[in-house]
Design a protein around this ligand. Structure first.
Ligand SMILES: NC(=O)C1=CN([C@@H]2O[C@H](COP(=O)(O)OP(=O)(O)OC[C@H]3O[C@@H](n4cnc5c(N)ncnc54)[C@H](OP(=O)(O)O)[C@@H]3O)[C@@H](O)[C@H]2O)C=CC1
Ligand SMILES: O=C([O-])CC(=O)C(=O)O
Length: 271
């Protein structure tokens, strides 16, 4: 790819994250150009698409790979494989936000390897994955995360429904889950992608431990991470302001924008 040629970016899913990405890419990011968007319901996307300064086509999920060099998955988790396969088969780059879905489809990593493509899991609504991956160059002894969310950020999660855990009327914080990142990805597929990103950066989904609390007093999605390794011990926490989707923090889209900006930047900071 010649250095002065713009990379084309495709967006799969125009929800809380996708809309922000579309607007910000349309505003301009050095070396990149918004090239196509795939949505479920074109009528719902019409206003956002019409407001773009440089119009882009609405295409199917399968067509994104023909239109883009980098495709961003910001759609429901069950669509990850459908979005990923054509992109990786074409040797292109896929940015995955619903990364919990990758745990059952690690064959997609093999597909990327086979065709020279790449899957990027951005830091998303979390922080510090640079430090976790650096610690992984040595020996990590433990990774633990405690997530506290407002009740509306957890409602409807399959784990709560299957275990008959009612949180609608709680008046004080309750712990609703304690287990591994792998179990959390199954039980909270739309709420805890962050712990899967942490697991993939560090000690894997079976050894990354998580507690989830529903807290009626909270307005932000908060994550506290504790890592112990032979190079450093560190604690990190983040309090995410929700978007129009109460499950998703504002910083999620900004994390993708930061990752995109690095693709062509002559100065790159952080790992
Ligand atoms: N890794 C991380 O740190 C984080 C990951 N996430 C994950 O990122 C993903 C996106 O989050 P968010 O933007 O908040 O989610 P939203 O629910 O706001 O948006 C998802 C969008 O995908 C659309 N969609 C549904 N089916 C299709 C289809 N067949 N083709 C194209 N688009 C479709 C939906 O449309 P419609 O509404 O019309 O059905 C909706 O607009 C989620 O899976 C979420 O769990 C979120 C936060 C942090
Ligand atoms: O994990 C997620 O998918 C989202 C999340 O916790 C947040 O936005 O804080």
């Amino acid at each position: 790819m010649p250095i002065n040629q713009e990379l084309r970016v495709g967006i799969a899913g125009l929800g809380a994250v996708g809309k922000t990405l579309a607007r910000r890419l349309d505003d301009g990011i050095f070396g990149l150009r918004l090239a196509a968007i795939a949505v479920r319901d074109p009528a719902k996307a019409a206003d956002t698409v019409a407001a773009l300064k440089r119009p882009v086509p609405l295409v199917t999920l399968a067509e994104l790979a023909e239109h883009a060099d980098i495709v961003i998955e910001c759609a429901p988790a069950h669509l990850v494989a459908e979005i990923a396969e054509p992109v990786l088969r074409a040797g292109k780059t896929l940015i995955v936000l619903s990364c919990g879905a990758l745990l059952d489809r690690m064959d997609l990593v093999d597909l990327a390897r086979e065709h020279g493509g790449q899957i990027i899991v951005p830091t998303g609504a979390l922080l510090g994955l640079d430090a976790v991956t650096a610690a992984g160059e040595g020996t990590i002894h433990s990774v633990r995360m405690i997530t506290r969310k407002p009740v509306r950020g957890l409602l409807g999660a399959p784990y709560l429904v299957d275990n008959n855990i009612r949180i609608e009327d709680v008046v004080e914080p309750i712990r609703v889950f304690s287990g591994s990142a792998r179990e959390a990805a199954k039980g909270f597929p739309a709420n805890l992608n962050v712990v899967v990103a942490l697991a993939l950066a560090g000690v894997g989904p079976d050894d990354t431990q998580l507690e989830i609390w529903a807290d009626p007093e909270l307005t932000r999605n908060t994550h506290l991470i504790e890592v112990d390794s032979d190079a450093a011990s560190f604690s990190m926490s983040i309090q995410n302001i929700p978007t129009e989707n109460p499950k998703t923090g504002r910083i999620t889209a900004q994390s993708v924008l930061a990752a995109l900006r690095k693709v062509r930047s002559p100065l790159r900071v952080g790992t």
